[in-house]
Design a protein around this ligand. Structure first.
Ligand SMILES: [Zn+2]
Length: 220
């Protein structure tokens, strides 16, 4: 995904337009963490499209739900930025507006952290493996990226160091936030994993494990 132009456009689109919008409540006990999971794309925005018509939005959703289940079993409160195969923001769809809403949700709720879940694509078809992107000015974002990279490396056997990025959702979240690119839909080996229910569950469990590791490290 090319995010730079989205970031540049962000200032032109009303980021405060959601202030009158109150998303559904999730009760969180005082002092307990609240995790916002953001399955990338959705609805009329499919994200990347892999060979055979594999849609990124579907992979992202399945892995997010798997991660949410694991966190839920561990007693961690989770909010998803979309509730199914839809875009995230209420009202008419605009890509920047939809991204800003995802960040708004984390900020508005005072979330402990946000993890945006995506699947990658690139033209050569050679790149493989998960990559976690963090927002460089935030040390907590970097720590979260490190915590997520370890279990994703363990489960896939492929290591990429976390990379800094200025993804709009990360910039605007106002809480520790990272983007997880689960793998490359353009590489056959990754695509086979990303579309397998067994692997989707494994990747979701790895994301949850990374989040739990981060929460444990920060004492929550
Ligand atoms: Zn994406």
């Amino acid at each position: 995904m090319r995010w730079r132009w989205l970031w540049a456009l962000a200032g032109l689109v009303g980021g405060w337009a959601f202030l009158g919008w109150h998303p559904p409540r999730v009760t969180v006990a005082a002092g307990r963490p609240l995790v916002v999971l953001d399955p990338g794309h959705g609805g009329i925005d499919p994200g990347a499209v892999g060979a055979g018509g594999v849609l990124e939005k579907t992979v992202n959703w399945e892995v997010t739900v798997a991660a949410a289940r694991v966190l839920g079993r561990r007693g961690v409160a989770v909010v998803l930025t979309r509730q199914g195969d839809t875009t995230a923001a209420p009202g008419p769809y605009l890509v920047v507006r939809d991204l800003r809403y995802r960040a708004f949700l984390a900020r508005h709720r005072g979330a402990t952290l946000l993890v945006s879940i995506h699947s990658n694509a690139e033209p050569s078809g050679r790149a493989v493996g998960p990559i976690v992107y963090y927002y460089a000015p935030s040390l907590a974002s970097r720590a979260l990226a490190d915590a997520l990279t370890a279990p994703l490396t363990a489960v896939t056997g492929i290591y990429h160091a976390p990379r800094p990025a200025r993804h709009l959702v990360l910039v605007e979240a106002g809480v520790p936030a990272v983007t997880v690119e689960l793998g490359f839909l353009t590489a056959a080996a990754d695509r086979a994993r990303l579309t397998s229910p067994t692997w989707q569950a494994r990747l979701g469990a790895a994301v949850a494990q990374g989040i739990l590791r981060y929460l444990a490290e920060r004492g929550g």
